[in-house]
Structure formats: structure tokens, C-alpha cells
Design a protein around this ligand. Structure first.
Ligand code: ADP
Ligand code: GN1
Ligand code: MG
Length: 360
């Protein structure tokens, strides 16, 4: 096995590497902060068993960041912090192949932090503005230039089928211990069609979206405490506004961590829900169709169910997709998601009222 410092040195042959440290809590890639005598970089080993077409992926990142930087320049926003900026490898490629592993590097967004667990409504309101602005910035972007980096990423019908396959394969042998969770998903089988069927019949528009709007994928500036950059652009591709809205609510409308073991701490806070809705819709409500507004109250339920179903599937498959840091980690994550789904289901009317208030 190689030393990660040697990888950084190979990426930046003309700089002295001072340190390479693990960064962040992403579940997919391995992320490092590289400090050199000249600059700081975020270097990532891309998970190529998940992202199989790295050329397509990096072409997406280039096109999207270029577009967002242009939009920033037009509105007088600092283009260096408005989006990610990747570095070319010494051979001019958009990534470095080091002993068969694939690495890319971004300029590190300094003096910024990401939030793992929502503490206050103001931050979530600001995250709503950041993701709403992201939606807005990409509303004029030509979707046809984008590669679908993970097929059927938020197709909840195909996710349901993947889940049933994981149940029947039972690779980990854990099926008998999770009967209650399996039943929870099966009771919601019909529901998984709600968005997919409407995307298929054209009544729900396809948008270019982020598709991974987890709270820790937005960086906040340490001086202003305002969002500075939406990061983790690997899944930017055709999708739906419902996905970005719903997935942000999944991670930010509760005070609990995604992997909280004490389920009594998993709450659903309508104040947080309202804060994000207000921020998000203030940026993009004018481009929403009636169907999108009508379905928005179900988005957080759908995306939270989908994520819980994926965690459970991975638990059954023997933890091959999401990084885990303890035994049963994916099951703990699944349980917080299902608790949240139940709480959200009890609040559909409240969510509708909030959305009506801010979609006007
Ligand atoms: P993953 O796909 O594994 O989630 P991310 O791209 O989201 O990887 O990066 C993981 C974490 O690293 C982020 O949540 C964030 O905390 C930190 N991070 C990533 N890129 C940067 C950057 N350019 N500047 C500062 N921090 C970053
Ligand atoms: C992964 O990459 P990261 O950690 O930001 C996953 C998301 C899940 C999320 C759950 C490419 O996000 O889809 O919602 O974990 N990303 C991918 O925490 O599968
Ligand atoms: Mg991430």
C-alpha cells in the first residue's frame, strides 16, 4: 500500500508537501486536506466502484463549475468561492491514476466549515438559500451535456427493487434480525411510485439538480456564518427539485445525527422545516410548476425513505456501499431514517401549509 503523501507529491510535483490529513465525514470518497508550501487542496480518492465513468464525472464537474462561476461573475459574487475549482494532474488530465486508484484535487475552500447536525433554524434557512440558488443557477443549464454518473440514482421504484433483491440475497445473513425494518419498507411500496410515475409521464419536469443535498455538502464561511459553497458535485445530473428539497430536509429537519443510536433523540422540527422552505423557495419558487408545488410536501418523506431503504439494503448486502465505522452502522442509520419518515408522515398537513405559505 502506498503512502498518501506520495500521491499528493505526484499530483503537485512542483510543490513541497507539508501535510496530508483526512477531511470531513463523506460516506463515499476518501477526502484529504493537502497543505503545500504554496496552497491548500482537497484531494479525493474517487470511489470507482460507485463512480465507474470518471471521465464523464469530471466532465460534468467541469461543465457545472464553469457555469456557476460565470453566473457568480455576472452577479458580482467572488467566483473563487462560489463553486469548486479542480486542479489538472501533471499530465493535463482531470485526475491522477496512482497505482490504479483515481485521485482528483480541488482548491481547498479555506476558512469554512460544514455542519453535521442541525442546531439552529437560521443556518438551515441559509442552507435553503444556498441550495435554492444552486437550483436557480442551473435552471438555464443544458442537461443534455451531462453524463448520468449513477443510473437511477433517485428512482425510488428501482431503489425498491434493489432493496427487495438485497432482502432475497441476504448476503450478510442478517435478514432475520431486521424483519420489522423490511416490513416498514414494504408497507410503502406503492408510495415509491409517486414521483417516478409522474417523471415518466412528463407531468413532473426533469431539472438539473445536485441530488446529494445533505447538510454537510454546503460549506459555511467562518467569518460571516453564511453559506459559501455547495460542494460534492459528483451527482449533479438530471433530476427533480423534489429530490434536492427532500434530501436536505432528511438531514436538516431533525436535531439528531444520521447515525444516532438513541431514537428518542430523532425529532422532526417543523420550525427547521419552515426555515429551509422559506430560504429554498425564496430563490426558486418562480420557476416551480403547480405539480412540483403539489408534490413538495411528500419530498422529504420520499427521500428519507429512499435513504433508509438504501442503508438497510447495504446492511443486508454486508456494508459494501456506504463507509461504516462500527458494527451495525448502516442499520443505525436506517433506523433514524425510518423514525423520521414516521414523524414526517404525521405532519403532511403541516408541511403542506408551510409550503403553501412560501410558494405564493
Ligand atoms: P463525499 O462524496 O465522500 O461525501 P465530499 O466531497 O462531500 O465527499 O467531501 C467530504 C467532506 O470534506 C465534506 O463534507 C467537507 O466537510 C469536506 N470538504 C470537501 N471539499 C472541501 C473543500 N473544497 N474545502 C473544504 N472542505 C471540503
Ligand atoms: C452519500 O457522499 P455523501 O456522504 O455526501 C450518498 C448520498 C446519501 C448520503 C447519506 C453518491 O452522500 O446519496 O444520501 O450518503 N452519496 C452517494 O448520508 O451515494
Ligand atoms: Mg459529501
Amino acid at each position: 500500500m502506498y503512502d498518501i503523501k506520495n500521491v499528493a507529491q505526484a499530483f503537485f510535483p512542483n510543490e513541497s508537501i507539508i501535510s496530508v490529513d483526512p477531511l470531513g465525514n463523506g460516506h463515499i470518497n476518501s477526502t484529504f486536506l493537502v497543505t503545500t508550501n504554496i496552497n491548500k487542496y482537497t484531494m479525493q480518492k474517487i470511489n470507482t466502484s460507485i463512480f465507474k465513468d470518471v471521465d464523464g464525472l469530471m466532465a460534468n464537474v467541469q461543465a457545472v463549475t464553469h457555469h456557476i462561476r460565470d453566473m457568480a461573475r455576472q452577479s458580482g459574487i467572488d467566483p473563487t468561492r462560489a463553486t469548486l475549482h479542480f486542479m489538472l494532474a501533471p499530465d493535463g488530465n482531470r485526475y491522477l491514476n496512482y497505482e490504479g486508484d483515481i485521485f482528483r484535487a480541488y482548491i481547498y475552500i479555506d476558512n469554512a466549515y460544514s455542519i453535521e447536525k442541525m442546531e439552529n433554524a437560521e443556518d438551515f434557512y441559509q442552507a435553503g438559500i444556498a441550495f435554492g440558488k444552486f437550483a436557480n443557477d442551473l435552471s438555464g443549464f443544458d442537461a443534455s451535456v451531462l453524463t448520468e454518473t449513477i443510473k437511477n440514482f433517485h428512482n425510488t421504484v428501482s431503489r425498491y427493487n434493489d432493496f427487495e433483491k438485497a432482502v432475497s440475497d441476504n448476503i450478510s445473513g442478517r435478514r432475520d434480525e431486521v424483519q420489522e425494518e423490511i416490513e416498514f419498507v414494504r408497507q410503502r411500496k406503492e408510495f415509491t411510485h409517486m414521483f417516478v410515475d409522474r417523471l415518466n409521464d412528463g407531468s413532473l419536469p426533469v431539472r438539473v439538480t445536485h441530488n446529494d443535498t445533505k447538510l454537510n455538502n454546503v460549506l459555511f464561511d467562518k467569518d460571516t456564518n453564511l453559506p459559501t459553497t455547495v460542494i460534492d458535485l459528483d451527482t449533479v445530473m438530471p433530476g427533480s427539485y423534489l429530490y434536492d428539497f427532500g434530501d436536505a430536509m432528511r438531514s436538516g429537519s431533525t436535531h439528531a445525527a444520521e447515525d444516532e443510536k438513541d431514537l428518542s433523540l430523532v425529532d422532526f422540527d417543523l420550525g427547521l422545516y419552515e426555515a429551509f422552505t422559506k430560504g429554498y423557495l425564496s430563490m426558486c419558487k418562480d420557476s416551480l410548476t403547480e405539480t412540483e408545488i403539489e408534490l413538495l410536501p411528500y419530498a422529504s418523506i420520499m427521500l428519507t425513505l429512499e435513504c433508509g431503504m438504501r442503508f438497510l439494503g447495504d446492511h443486508l448486502n454486508g456494508d459494501t456501499y456506504f463507509k461504516i465505522h462500527r458494527e451495525g452502522h448502516n442499520l443505525d442509520r436506517c433506523r433514524t431514517q425510518f423514525k423520521l419518515v414516521s414523524l414526517m408522515e404525521q405532519n403532511v398537513d403541516n408541511m403542506k401549509a408551510i409550503i403553501e405559505k412560501y410558494a405564493k
